[in-house]
Design a binder for this molecule. Sequence first.
Ligand SMILES: [Zn+2]
Length: 199
Amino acid sequence: MQTAPASVTRLIEELAELPGIGRKTAARLTFFLLRNQLDLAERLAEALRELKERTRFCSVCHNITEENPCPICADPGRDHSIICVVEEPLDVLAIEQAGVYKGVYHVLHGVLAPSEGMFVENLRIGELMARIRSSDVDEVIMATNPTSEGDWTASYLLTRLRPLGVRVTRLGRGLPVGGDLEYADVVTLTRAFEGREEI
Ligand SMILES: [Zn+2]
């Protein structure tokens, strides 16, 4: 039986590790690059190398950044007394693109989901508590996704935040239940921020 060269098999295996890409798609992408897109392959390799070399997590909000602290945390024009807690860096991107929010963020890097091995210590929760204790924070906006894990994470955080005497709000209910913040449109996000309620 003829097998593909090791370098081809390797790329297929690496691509198949990506979310949403099975072995079949990985093989198709690999052969697409091989057949007629070697320029693209080089640009991709370069982009991947840059991604790894240049990006890190902001030591304040844990968003992905090329500078530390990130441009949002370093911006004196933002309201540092309001922290919007999100699951993923993509959520920051979605909210920033909507242009509806002028506070700062805290990226948890996931939600509580013990069945998937996501516990309190796997998220940036300790960092959030320390941050709130050491700075003047008036409001924490829970902007975890409106899924059961997102809601559960928000309730858990509320129990930790309440003793600190900080106002905690949850994004308005305009967001589609079970949906992802990152896919919400500008109108929906604006409504969700404006309609946020204390919990
Ligand atoms: Zn930051």
